[in-house]
Design a protein around this ligand. Structure first.
Ligand code: NDP
Length: 303
């Protein structure tokens, strides 16, 4: 039997922004019967030409099938779009970027309304969606039963990583990765600022920087191993005392180059606090302890 001869599961998609449109195209290209809805109807027109059924209202779109995927701007827009819509008995997958608390709260509301719920965090930009080998993947969490029963459909636009029954975990994994990425972008900005006024081509500098960052990613695994067994001296190659001794060089270089140290300084200050606590023979992993000490006042009671 050819792939085309296999009947593909139908689904509904709410939201045809840049990401929603990429998701829609991936499902259509794979032969899934797709019903779409978007607040501004014009965005659905090209997809209708590609085979999507266009619903005039959210209720109509939701009524078209069991699996309903939502990819809207933010949590508030999902509330707005789904207000008053009967979702009882549906399998709801929310790919809208949320916080863990928002995802958990939606899981509770879904359960109260007889809706099966999975939250997702998309680790990709639209051109990576439906592109084999792009590395795109989506974290999913919430109902394992829902995830398992739609696994093949969900795997069409991007790889799938199920990270647990706690509906907040997909968002937490998503935001943790994005936060680390922002830290990296901050460092990259500082590095380019340092060379800005010199006769150094950014394009010549870029491969040196990228290779160095890739080489340093092994530190992620080393930190994880230390966090797992609580011994922050385990396998230390560049101890904190040595690194803090270098902080003055980093800050003085920024000053010499006329560059603000506002991105770098907070991290260096945390390293110095650890050293002042007598932890000079450890790695920098103790920074995690300092950050995680803050009370989590915003935590929502979970599902
Ligand atoms: P866009 O800004 O391109 O599209 C936003 C979508 O949300 C549109 O369909 C818009 O409808 C709809 N919308 C906004 N407000 C409302 C509302 N109040 N009621 C109903 N619909 C509303 O965003 P993306 O498609 O790029 O992103 C969608 C989600 O995907 C976001 O949560 C984003 O964080 C996530 N994501 C996006 C990535 C990206 O690179 N684009 C990467 C990873 C995740 P209308 O057309 O009428 O304005």
């Amino acid at each position: 039997m050819t792939d085309n001869a296999i009947e593909k599961s139908p689904l509904t998609l709410l939201g045809l922004g840049a990401m929603g449109t990429a998701l829609a195209r991936a499902w259509l290209a794979a032969g899934h019967p797709l019903t779409v809805w978007n607040r501004s109807p014009g965005r659905a027109e090209p997809l209708a030409a590609e085979g999507a059924a266009v619903a005039g209202t959210v209720a109509e779109a939701v009524a078209a099938g069991r699996l309903v995927v939502v990819c809207l701007l933010d949590d508030a827009s999902v509330d707005e779009a789904l207000a008053g819509v009967d979702l009882a008995g549906k399998d709801l997958v929310n790919l809208t970027t949320s916080t863990p608390g928002q995802a958990r709260a939606r899981a509770i509301r879904a359960r109260e309304r007889g809706v099966h719920f999975v939250d997702g965090g998309i680790m990709a930009v639209p051109p990576m969606i439906g592109a084999p080998g792009s590395g795109a993947h989506v974290f999913y969490s919430g109902s394992r039963t829902l995830f398992d029963s739609h696994r093949e459909t969900l795997a069409v636009p991007a790889g799938t990583s199920y990270v647990g029954e706690d509906a907040g975990f997909a968002a937490l994994h998503d935001v943790a990765l994005l936060s680390a990425m922002n830290g990296m972008f901050a460092g990259v900005s500082h590095a380019f600022a340092l060379i800005r006024k010199e006769n150094i081509e950014p394009t010549a500098f870029a491969p040196l920087l990228a290779d160095w960052l890739v080489a340093m990613t092994s530190s992620v695994h080393a930190a994880a191993a230390q966090l797992a067994d609580g011994d922050y001296t385990r396998g230390v190659v560049s101890n904190l005392a040595m690194q803090v001794a270098g902080n003055a060089t980093l800050l003085r270089t920024a000053e010499e180059q006329g560059v603000s140290a506002e991105l770098l300084a907070p991290y260096l200050a945390l390293m110095e606090r650890l050293l002042a606590d007598g932890r000079g023979n450890e790695s920098t992993t103790g920074v995690v302890d300092l950050l995680a000490l803050r009370p989590t006042r915003l935590r929502t009671v979970g599902a």
